[in-house]
Write a protein that binds this ligand. Structure first.
Ligand code: EPU
Length: 430
């Protein structure tokens, strides 16, 4: 009897077959927020069935945009033009991406009340760069009782250099700039593929961008009547794709990842090849049958890895890489450059017999031949998925609690792994 869901996983034979990679959480949530910019009916395709999409739907519903599932992966959203630019604490505290309503609402309504955001709890995650960028465009902010009140008559274009390529700050500034008077230039912009996806979505709505996918983004402001709703397929999730690569890496086997975009994961694929995986691209990632094929045989080799903003190795891959290193041959040093506190899952991996020493930004991982199953708890989305992968590499049974974290970002992780032959099931509460 458990009072919460758990994922039960055991080491088994090699994984074989095909897995379809769903759309990216960190793209779809931003696209949903961007529907605040223009009235009309939107259809988003390749939408992952994850809890965070539901939370973002609730937040947008409270502001005035409705979302309805029209079928698997297909979300219809309607912005009927009656917006209440208030993001209440009960909704905002549940996901970091709620901060993404700030840019669109400021551009569209000229006024926003936003409770300060929550999301995963790794160290402090300030929004100073978001506010500084929007201030340069003419917005003013007041912080009262945990609520940011933002005001702008009409935003104007500005030249903004980010001191760090923050994903969220880049997104808020670029969405606000869509309606600004004149041209906005964002230098040192974040270049994650999910940001390019957001820009493409906005271009589909009539916005004018130059430099999409580069670190200098240029946004030419348009008038209200020039923007309209659109249909869009969400970019494939590179983090979910990496999860199936890691699962295959520790189990052995041969798996095809349909929809995965090799061009969005180049650095990671290079390092995974260094660890001994054979990975080939199928097509260029733009057709439905395209993707990646991975073949894993024998023990992985250790490597050293440092996380960096895109195109570097994403911090979100790190728990997976650390998990692979726990059973690799040799010693690997992992350096975290984004979030100081993001090594909490290390203690959980240690419960499974991993030999890891973590200190500040660094972890030294000495591979052991096999982990040993135990009850563990997921501290956040990515670490949760990594613990499931660790369970595949562990003798006996591993039971992962804190599954609600995994549900926030993974579309049926258990079903997808089971379909590849993994010995895994979800034990429901009760
Ligand atoms: N930062 C500041 N000031 C700011 C903004 C960011 O100091 O104004 C710092 C943060 O505290 C952090 C670093 O800069 O240390 C990176 O933050 P960034 O703004 O780039 O990240 P984010 O937009 O908050 C997104 C993803 C994260 C992912 C990071 C880095 C979403 C909803 N979240 O967060 O994804 O780890 O980029 O790639 O897109 C996840 O999906 O599990 C997740 C946590």
């Amino acid at each position: 009897m458990h009072d919460e869901d758990r994922i039960i996983v055991r080491h088994g034979g090699p994984l074989r077959g095909e897995v379809v990679i769903p759309g990216a959480k960190n793209a779809v949530l931003k696209l949903m927020a961007a529907t605040l910019l223009a009235d009309g009916e939107y259809v988003l395709r390749n939408v992952p069935a994850i809890a965070d999409v539901g939370i973002m739907s609730d937040l947008l519903m409270s502001i005035g945009v409705t979302s309805t599932w029209e079928g698997p992966g297909r979300l219809r959203m309607v912005n009927a033009g009656q917006l209440r630019p208030v993001a209440p604490y009960e909704l905002v505290e549940r996901i970091r991406a709620s901060i993404n309503v700030l840019g669109p609402l400021l551009g569209r309504c000229g006024h926003v009340e936003l409770s300060l955001p929550g999301g995963d709890d790794f160290g402090s995650r300030p929004i100073d760069m978001h506010l500084k960028g929007l201030e340069a465009m003419g917005a003013t902010f007041e912080l009262r009782h945990g609520v940011v009140e933002a005001t702008a008559e009409r935003l104007h274009g500005a030249e903004i250099t980010l001191e760090f390529p923050s994903v969220g700050a880049t997104e808020n500034i670029l969405t606000a700039a869509v309606f600004a008077k004149g041209t906005t230039v964002i230098d040192n912009a974040a270049r994650e593929p999910e940001i390019a996806d957001l820009c493409q979505f906005l271009v589909g709505m009539g916005a004018q961008f130059e430099g999409i996918g580069s670190s200098t983004l240029v946004i030419h402001g348009v008038e209200r009547h020039e923007l309209h709703s659109t249909d869009h397929a969400v970019v494939a999730d590179r983090i979910q794709a990496a999860t199936y690569l890691a699962a295959t890496a520790v189990s052995g086997g041969e798996v095809v990842l349909r929809g995965a975009r090799a061009d969005h994961m180049e650095m990671l694929l290079r390092r995974f090849r260094d660890m001994g995986l054979t990975i080939t691209s199928i097509g260029d990632g733009t057709n439905p049958g395209d993707g990646l094929a991975v073949w894993a045989q024998g023990r992985l080799h250790s490597i050293d890895v440092a996380t960096l903003p895109y195109p570097g190795i994403a911090t979100d891959y790190k728990p997976l890489v650390v998990t692979m290193l726990t059973v690799a041959d040799g010693v690997g040093i992992v350096t975290e450059n984004l979030y100081p506190g993001r090594f909490r899952y290390v203690e959980e991996l240690q419960r499974l017999g991993a030999d890891i020493r973590a200190d500040g930004h660094h972890a030294v991982v000495r591979g052991v031949p096999r982990l040993s199953g135990a009850p563990v708890r997921a501290p956040d989305i990515r670490a949760g998925a990594a613990l499931v992968v660790a369970g595949l590499a562990a003798e006996g049974e591993t039971s992962v609690a804190g599954v609600h974290h995994v549900d926030r970002g993974y579309d049926d992780l258990v079903g997808r792994l089971a379909a590849l032959g993994a010995d895994i099931e979800r034990a429901s509460a009760g």
